[in-house]
Design a protein. Structure first.
Length: 114
């Protein structure tokens, strides 16, 4: 079996035009997210896999994000096993916020990490 380390990157290194795949649940997403990110909750991931693969194919690489990096690591591993170029964002949205990267909400209220 191949237990190669999971490809990962720190939040500060994610390119501004990158495809960010946010796998957090709806309430977490609504509190604050990366502008332009694709939101597919981990609980919906298998059902919406075609949508995810289309987005990854279009952008070339997916930067997978959750709150701290656990759920996104599982999704990243799955994508990599399916032959996609995916990297886990270390520390997730907590690290993103900590790095001073911008966040938005759908409602226009101040964004925060739930």
């Amino acid at each position: 079996m191949n237990f190669s380390p999971l490809p990962s990157v720190d939040a500060a290194s994610v390119p501004a035009d990158a495809l960010v795949l946010d796998v957090r649940e709806d309430n977490e997403w609504e509190a604050g997210h990366v502008e332009g990110a694709v939101h597919v909750p981990m609980s919906d991931f298998v059902a919406r896999f075609g949508e995810v693969t289309e987005a990854v194919a279009e952008h070339g690489r997916a930067y997978v994000m959750c709150r701290v990096g656990g759920r996104s690591a599982q999704v990243t591993q799955y994508l990599v096993q399916q032959g996609f170029d995916a990297v886990n964002v270390d520390g997730g949205m907590i690290a993103w916020d900590g790095a001073g990267r911008p966040m938005v909400t759908g409602s226009g209220s101040p964004a925060f990490v739930l």
